[in-house]
Every structure is written in C-alpha cells, then in structure tokens.
Ligand binder design. Sequence first.
Ligand code: DSN
Length: 426
Amino acid sequence: MSTPFWGPDFDALQQQDPEIAGVVLSELDRLRGGLQLIASENLTSPAVLAALGSTLSNKYAEGYPGRRYYGGCQVVDVAEEIGIARTKELFGAEHANLQPHSGASANLAAYAAFAKPGDTVLAMDLKQGGHLTHGSKVNFSGQWFNAVSYTVREDSELIDYDQVRDLAREHRPKIIIAGATAYPRLIDFKAFREIADEVGAIFMVDAAHFIGLVAGKAIPSPVSYADVVTATTHKVLRGPRGGMILSRAEHAKAIDKAVFPFSQGGPLMHSVAAKAVAMKEASTPAYQAYTAQVIANAQALAKSLEAEGMRAVSGGTDTHLALIDLRPIGVTGSEAEARSDAARITLNKNAIPYDPAPPMKPSGIRVGSPSVTTQGMVESDMAEIGRLLGRAVKAEQGTPAGDAELAEVAEAVSALVARNPAYPRP
Ligand code: DSN
C-alpha cells in the first residue's frame, strides 16, 4: 500500500482534547474491567474500529453506487459495492441495503416501503418482548400506523401463532412483523409466512437481535420466507453500530427509495465500510464456531441462574439471550440491575411477559452472551458468572453486609475477566 493509514491517532486526541480522550480510555477500562451481559452489545474487532475511524467519515454520498448526487464517490462506491456483495452472499439475499443508520431507521424505511400512514401493521407487543418500533404509542410506528399487537401464551411464554392468525384475519394488516428484543426462542418463520399469504400481507422480519446467529448458521434463516428482513449490524453480528435491510429483488427499488431519499440523507460511508468488514469476518468458520458458542453460553448462563433460584422465561433459550424472572427470589429488575452494576456486571432490567410490575421496576432482567463469548468464555465460565450474578442480585445494597458482598463479587469478576480480557493489552 503506497499511502500509510491516517488515524485513528489517539495521541492527537489526547493532546487536543484530553477530556474526551479520558472518556474513551474510561470506557475501555469499563469494558476490560467487568462483564458485559447486555444482549444487544458486542465487542467489535480492531479491523471494524479502524474502518469506523477512517477518513471515509468525511464523504457525502447521497444515492447508491454509480448513482450519487456528489462527485468524488468513486472510492466509497467500492466500499458499498463490496459490502452489498458480501451481505447478499452471506445471507443468500437477493437484495441488500447497508445504509440505514440504525435498526430503528431500517424499520422506518421498511414500513415506508410497504405502508402508508393509517395502514394496519401487526407486530409483537413491546411489553412482551417486541421492539419500540413495532407499534409503541410513543414511537412513529404507533402514531402513524394502526398497530395491532400479538402476545405470547401465558402458559408457555411462546408466541401464540393461533392468536397471530386470528388477529391477521380480523385486522387484515398491510405488514406482519416477526422479531423481538426480548424473546429467547426460535421463531417459526414458515408459520408467519403462511399467515401473511393467507391475508395478503407483506411479511417483515426484524432480525436485529439474531441476524448474527443466522450469519453463523447457528439458527434457521428467515431470508427465504420474508419479503423483507431488517437488522442491526452491531449485536451478535459484531459489526459497527448500524442497520441494514435484506429483501427480495422485487422489493429492491421500494426499499432503496424508502431509505434514501425518503427517510435518510447522506449515508455514513465509514460505517458502510465497517459493515463490509464485519460481513467478511462473519463469513469465516471461526465466526460460525463463535455463534454456536454464543448459544451454548446463553443456555449455560440460564441454567446457572435457575440454580440460583431464578426462573428462565419459557424455560430457557435457543438464542443469545435469556429473560430471567426474579420474582422467585423477591428482587426487582431495577434492584438487580443496580446491584449487578456495583459488582461490575452490566445487564438490563426487563419486563417479563404479563409482568404485574411497572416498566421502570419490572420483574426481570435480560442477559446475553455475545460479548463474553467474544472474550473467549465458555460454559464453565458461564456457570461461574451465574453464581456471581446470583450473589450480586441477592445482596442488599446499602447495608454494610450487602455492600461488602458486592465488593467481593466485583473482585471475583475482575479475576474472571483477567483470564479472558476484552480488548487484551498488546
Ligand atoms: N436497544 C436494543 C436492545 O437492547 O435490544 C433494541 O433496539
């Protein structure tokens, strides 16, 4: 290569802006010093970070490769073309758009491609594991569309496909959406496809959470069943923060127009390039092994939390996350989140299906294995994490004994992560 790489130049940042340099280092310390169990996060590779921290960030490139509204796009065109080709190949998709800035932006574009304000959409209830963009009244999806929600069964805590069919027949939605942010089980895409066909609806899968498991061939793919698949690139997939859309060729034009110019302006070309890097990484046997381990680890973690007296919603997990009901141990999700935080274990409080408690003090937590698996942890580590988490969430924070227990757990967490560090020091 004739031109040496220019940036990320951390020394320059430290000199020019020590405050923000300090923040960057503190965050690295936080990642290295604790356990990241947020199911939607991961630890991106240095290659992805290098693409993100590159001069591609400077370029305006409204439009698509070969059809831009700005000059000088010949170089960024190559990045986007490579990214699209890799994505189509990886997922067996007829069309891919890598420009959505986020999962929510991808969903906005997908709605716009197939529905008009006032149309009916059918999606999973936010309180039962669906996403904000699946029809919540505080989001565009609930304000611009007539959003009808399906739920999980109260007994099994699994999606009630009979209810989905009944609601589809009754409301004749324009779009039926499968996908969730806190549903630990596999989704029957074939059943959804059949329901969509019966009522003439577009079938959209929001695969934000599990697209990385699909990339690694660890779970079945929705691509052959869905008209459109929206996703994020930063969860199990381990790319940069961002979104993407896969679709059938017949919908390619509608999708591309809905992203630009309808809902976005200039794409973030450094992020598009970093998505291309992530697709290459996700095409390797090593990544496939990673995704299989992600699932094995989530299952081991759920089991170890059950051994601590908690309950795994739906009895366990088939994916990278588990939803944990804390009522059997008499702790709220917010208490558990705060206590875990004090013990250097990062996770989020979460509502459980049919939660009797309010959203800010829900009955559960959500835990995920993508980050700790990237660090190289395996089932035996997850058993230890479960024991530590059990001690942390039961410690009465604010009492001398509880605080001492949390400090002890924090020490044990430090020892555990030292064996499998995040972003190991060279
Ligand atoms: N915030 C993401 C999650 O944590 O699942 C979804 O957008």
